[in-house]
Design a protein around this ligand. Structure first.
Ligand code: C5P
Length: 219
């Protein structure tokens, strides 16, 4: 079974997706982490973020792997733990430029489908229900107000020692949503057959329960 969870930045997708996957015994794939890892690689190598050929040459041999951990999921780039590096501001504020490159998307979609082919999966991102797994049995589109999303991101950041004010985070979130929704290749969009969940006034438990109920209907 495939469960696709899409939505804008900070809509709570990953928290919910992880819990749903745990409860159902499915694997969880955070596709945003893959684009973030490609961005960290490009920034470290000093590549121009619009230089698709250079980024692709470096991305092709790059391995991006996940490892389940009690505190969430660890992300590795060529074996190096980049779990924290991919959440830093420079990665966050540049990832939309890298993820808009058509060849980068093509490569990531190929990798994501390979992961999904072998497992029951919960996958979250921007284009999972529309492009990566259009046959997914359950498709969710999660939304929440910009204010709520900025507040959530602020709390997560503080735990990591990042102190960007809520107002700045709200601006960054809006800018990233704009770029992700207006890009030419598989922009952030709700699939026609996705169920929309507005998490602004729901608890995590309620959201998880709603998705599990939808999954159980399809089993
Ligand atoms: O989900 P997260 O906020 O970590 O995603 C980081 C960025 O990766 C997004 O802003 C978007 O530019 C890109 N992304 C994407 N397609 C996906 C997942 C993420 O373009 N399926």
């Amino acid at each position: 079974m495939q469960i696709a969870i899409d939505g804008p930045a900070g809509s709570g997708k990953s928290t919910i997706a992880k819990r749903v996957a745990n409860q159902l015994g499915f694997i969880y794939c955070d596709t945003g982490a893959m684009y973030r890892t490609a961005t960290v690689m490009a920034l470290r190598k000093g590549l121009k973020l619009d230089d698709e050929a250079a980024i692709m040459a470096a991305l092709k041999p790059l391995t991006i792997t996940f490892k389940p951990a009690p505190e969430g999921q660890l992300v590795f780039m060529d074996g190096e733990d980049v779990t924290l590096a991919i959440r830093q501001e420079d990665a966050t504020n540049n990832v939309s430029q890298v993820s808009a490159l058509p060849k980068v998307r093509e490569e990531m979609v190929k990798r994501q489908r390979a992961i999904a082919a072998a497992n029951d999966i919960v996958m979250d991102g921007r284009d999972i229900g529309t492009t990566v797994l259009p046959q997914a049995e359950v498709k969710i589109f999660m939304i929440a107000s910009v204010q709520k999303r900025a507040e959530r991101r602020y709390k997560e950041n503080v735990e990591k020692g990042i102190m960007t004010p809520v107002a700045v985070l709200a601006e960054e979130i809006e800018a990233r949503d704009h770029k992700d929704s207006t890009r030419a290749v598989s922009p952030l969009r709700k699939a026609a057959d996705a169920v929309e969940i507005d998490s602004s006034n729901m608890t995590i438990d309620q959201e998880v329960a709603e998705i599990i109920a939808l999954a159980n209907q399809k089993r």
